[in-house]
Design a binder for this molecule. Structure first.
Ligand SMILES: NC(=O)c1ccc[n+]([C@@H]2O[C@H](COP(=O)([O-])OP(=O)(O)OC[C@H]3O[C@@H](n4cnc5c(N)ncnc54)[C@H](OP(=O)(O)O)[C@@H]3O)[C@@H](O)[C@H]2O)c1
Length: 276
C-alpha cells in the first residue's frame, strides 16, 4: 500500500442504502457516492427514489433503485436477488430504513409496537442476512452500517418502542460483528443524535423545545444531515478496517449526559449557529 493511499476512497465499491426516498438515507447515500461508491437505493416504492437516483447518476455513479419493504420477508428476498442480478457485488450495506411512533406508553397498541420493532430491528436483521449470504460472505468482504440513534444509549418518554428497537440494533450490531468478522465483514452502528427530518419535524415546530434541546447539546445545535457524511464514509471504507461491533454516536455530545452542573452564566450559551 503506497503512502498516498486514500483510506476513504470508495471507488469501485457498491453500497446498498435502504430508505433512500427522503431524509437521512439520501444524505448518507450522497456522501458514499461522493466518496466514489456506486449505489443501490431502496424505498417501498422505488419510484420515490427517481429524482434522487437521477441526481446520483449525474455524479457519474451507477445507481439502481429497487423496491424494498423491510417488514415483508418476500420483499427482502426478491430485493436481494434483484440487487445481485443488477450489480456484481455489494460491499457496503447501510441499514437506514426506519420508522417511529410517538405516543405515551399507555397508548401504544400491539400494532404500533410491531410496526416499529418489525421495521427497525427485524427488518434490519433480515436485510443484513440476505446481503451477507449472497455477497459479503462469499466475497470475504463487507461493511455493514446500521443506523441507530441516541436512543441506543438513552430512553425517552413517548418513544418506548423506538428506544427498544434501537437498543436492540446496538446489541444486534455486536452479535453480527462477532458472527461475521471471520468473513472479513465489519458491522457497526452509526447513531445520529437529534436531526431535523420528516420523521420528527413536529418537534422542531416548538421553539421552546428547540431551545431546551440546544441547551443540552454541548455543541449547541441540532444535527444537520451533512454532519453524518464523514462518519458513514469512515465506517464504509478501509479507514475503519479494524473497527467492528461499535456504536458511534454523532450527536453533538448530548450523550455525555449534558445536564448542567454549574450555575448558568449570563450569555454563556452560544446561539445555534447552523440550526436548521
Ligand atoms: N431524524 C433523526 O433525528 C434521526 C435520529 C436518529 C436516527 N434516525 C433514524 O435514521 C433513519 C432515517 O431517519 P429519517 O429521519 O430520515 O426518517 P424518514 O424521513 O421518515 O425516512 C425513513 C425512510 O425509511 C423508509 N422506510 C420506512 N418504512 C420502511 C419499510 N417498511 N420498508 C422499507 N423502507 C422503509 C422510508 O421509505 P418509504 O416510506 O418511501 O418506503 C424512508 O426512506 C431512521 O431509521 C431513523 O429512525 C433518525
Amino acid at each position: 500500500m503506497s503512502d498516498s493511499h486514500n483510506f476513504f476512497d470508495l471507488t469501485g465499491k457498491t453500497a446498498v442504502v435502504t430508505g433512500a426516498s427522503r431524509g437521512l438515507g439520501q444524505f448518507l447515500a450522497r456522501a458514499l457516492a461522493r466518496a466514489g461508491a456506486d449505489l443501490v437505493i431502496t424505498a417501498r416504492d422505488a419510484e420515490d427514489c427517481a429524482a434522487f437516483r437521477a441526481e446520483m447518476a449525474a455524479l457519474g455513479r451507477t445507481v439502481v433503485a429497487l423496491p424494498l419493504d423491510v417488514r415483508d420477508p418476500a420483499s427482502i428476498e426478491s430485493f436481494a436477488d434483484t440487487a445481485m442480478d443488477a450489480v456484481e457485488r455489494v460491499d457496503i450495506l447501510v441499514n437506514n430504513a426506519g420508522c417511529n411512533v410517538r405516543k405515551p406508553s399507555v397508548d401504544i397498541t400491539w400494532d404500533d409496537w410491531n410496526l416499529v420493532l418489525d421495521t427497525n430491528l427485524r427488518g434490519m436483521f433480515f436485510v443484513s442476512q440476505a446481503i451477507a449470504k449472497r455477497s459479503m460472505i462469499p466475497n470475504g468482504y463487507g461493511r455493514v452500517v446500521n443506523i441507530g440513534s441516541y436512543t441506543t444509549v438513552a430512553g425517552f418518554a413517548g418513544l418506548a418502542p423506538y428506544c427498544a428497537s434501537r437498543g436492540g440494533v446496538r446489541q444486534m450490531t455486536m452479535a453480527l460483528a462477532d458472527d461475521w468478522g471471520i468473513h472479513g465483514i465489519t458491522v457497526n452502528c452509526l447513531s445520529p443524535g437529534w436531526f431535523k427530518t420528516e420523521q420528527n419535524k413536529v418537534l422542531y415546530e416548538d421553539t421552546e423545545w428547540v431551545e431546551y434541546l440546544c441547551d443540552r447539546i454541548p455543541l449547541k445545535r441540532p444535527g444537520q444531515p451533512q454532519d453524518l457524511d464523514g462518519t458513514v464514509v469512515f465506517l464504509a471504507s478501509d479507514a475503519s478496517e479494524y473497527v467492528t461491533g461499535q456504536n458511534l454516536l454523532v450527536d453533538g455530545g448530548i450523550s455525555t449526559g449534558a445536564t448542567r452542573a454549574l450555575p448558568k452564566k449570563r450569555g454563556s450559551r452560544t446561539a445555534p449557529a447552523r440550526s436548521p
